[in-house]
Design a protein around this ligand. Structure first.
Ligand code: HEM
Length: 447
């Protein structure tokens, strides 16, 4: 026994302290630098700083300017531009197109700058969902598990339709849309997107190495879809924007928002309402969203953590791709694995895979703040990062939860692992939710 300033410390305590110290040092040596390295590397891909030396060389320019960043991104997104015929910030190499597109987006998002607008959107999205579950994809009464369900719906298709219609309402004030045309647009976008991403995704899954570098991709030609443009044209018939906007231009605006939305909305809704989120999110909390959305109140800030946590576990861009260089002879790509950083146990702790909105408190560790990038990073951070993105996710999740909560519906995953265990981790790939079925109970969707 030793006495330090009146404090009695036994040999056992000293050994314990020493082991604790050793653990801290070893943890620092073995894990922390690696974690820091992964965060830095991912950020350097997303913010393009990886490219400065390379591209100064390739372009003969003295600055790593906007044209280089656009070029590296456009090259990675070339297939998307071909498949959907879109020329927006995400696919252009032309700074003028980029700035003009950002201006348009800014104008449209600014229109949602009041609580009244958000509440109008809330009401409209509720109606959409009600209409969609009443008339689309419903089959006859079916027995599911132990209760009687009136009808069944393919959940992913349902959420995609509600997201698309909500986005078209925000961007073009288009409402009362034909359900068949809405389905065609959703299905065709999905088809084209999958075709356009097939090559880089296969490379990323099969051959990605630690640095996120991928092997060269084989370019393949993907045809644009005439059905998509025709259906969009019909959907825009009654929009006040009809005169100023071709269906192709509308698609350019729709894609970044709709594609960013549907998976995160679907997975957050399922997690909050039908799985076992770690924090207790009470029905009352979800019901509050309708009245606080768009207000900027402390209560809204608190509830927006649900969207933040959804975006952490299910980021819209799981990987962000860049071309390795602008040289025409180098077709290799690199990918920032945002999803892996968002779920990293060394960064987020042992509960990194659990849905816990309260982790977004004011004193979040610097490492967590650096590792979190659902909207990308400056200089090309998403224009929706400053409120719009989280609000629309929160709104759609709330509409789904209040209309299709566990008292009104259940989900059949058609997957023994998920059906048998509510705590099993949800898969989040583009195709992983296609077999999930929403089974409605008696009397849904009325409140
Ligand atoms: C709702 C959730 C959204 C998420 C999670 C999201 C996510 C992202 C991400 C990760 C990037 C960075 C891409 C990169 O670095 O290559 C990005 C960029 C961008 N997003 Fe979003 N987005 C969302 C909504 C929207 C909406 C509603 C619009 C417009 C209608 C939009 C338009 C854009 C544009 C134009 C860029 C390029 C910005 C630039 O290059 O300066 N996004 N978004």
């Amino acid at each position: 026994m030793f006495l330090f300033g009146g404090l009695a410390v036994s040999i056992k305590d000293l050994c314990g302290l020493w082991l604790l110290w050793l653990y801290g040092v070893l943890y620092g040596v073995l894990y922390a630098p690696d974690t820091q390295h992964r965060i830095r590397q991912c950020r350097s891909i997303v913010n393009f700083s990886f490219a400065s030396a390379e591209d100064t060389r390739n372009t003969g320019s003295s600055s790593n300017g906007l044209h280089v960043r656009l070029g590296l991104r456009a090259k990675a997104n070339q297939q998307l531009a071909d498949a959907l015929g879109i020329h927006n910030s995400l696919t252009t190499t032309d700074p003028k197109v980029h700035w003009a597109f950002l201006r348009q987006v800014g104008q449209r998002l600014r229109a949602m700058d009041s609580a009244t607008q958000w509440q109008k959107l809330y009401g409209y999205s509720e109606q959409l969902l009600e209409k969609a579950v009443d008339i689309r994809n419903a089959t006859n009464a079916t027995n599911v598990e132990t209760h009687t369900a009136h009808s069944r719906h393919k959940l992913a298709a349902l959420v995609r339709r509600v997201c698309l219609e909500s986005v078209m309402y925000v961007l073009f004030q288009a409402s009362g849309l034909d359900p068949d045309d809405v389905s065609t647009v959703c299905d065709e976008i999905n088809k084209q997107w999958v075709l356009s991403k097939a090559v880089p995704a296969a490379a990323a899954e099969g051959r990605e190495v630690r640095e996120g570098r991928m092997e060269q991709r084989q370019d393949s030609i993907v045809q644009q879809s005439p059905q998509l443009i025709q259906a969009l044209d019909r959907l825009l018939q009654d929009s006040p924007e009809r005169e100023n906007l071709s269906p192709q231009q509308a698609l350019e605006l729709i894609l970044p928002s709709y594609e960013a939305l549907w998976r995160v909305v679907l997975l957050t809704y399922v997690t909050v309402c039908h799985r076992q989120p770690c924090d207790t999110i009470a029905t009352a909390d979800i019901a509050d969203i309708a009245s606080v959305i768009g207000t900027g109140s402390p209560r809204e800030t608190e509830l927006r953590k649900i969207a933040k946590e959804g975006l952490r576990l299910f980021p819209s861009s799981k990987r962000i791709y860049r071309a390795q260089s602008l040289s025409s002879t180098d077709t290799s790509m690199i990918a920032a694995n945002v999803s892996a950083l968002h779920r990293d146990r060394d960064i987020w702790g042992p509960d990194s895979l659990e849905f816990r909105p309260s982790r977004f408190h004011d004193d979040m560790a610097a490492e967590q703040q650096h590792a979190y990038m659902p909207f990308g990073l400056p200089l090309h951070r998403c224009p929706a990062y400053d409120g719009f993105g989280e609000r629309i996710i929160l709104l759609l999740v709330a509409v789904l939860c209040t209309r299709l909560g566990p008292d009104k519906a259940s989900i059949v995953y058609n997957d023994a692992r998920l059906d048998g265990n509510k705590e099993a981790e949800l898969p989040s790939g583009r195709y992983d939710m296609e077999d999930w079925v929403l089974a409605l109970r008696d009397g849904m969707t009325r409140k």
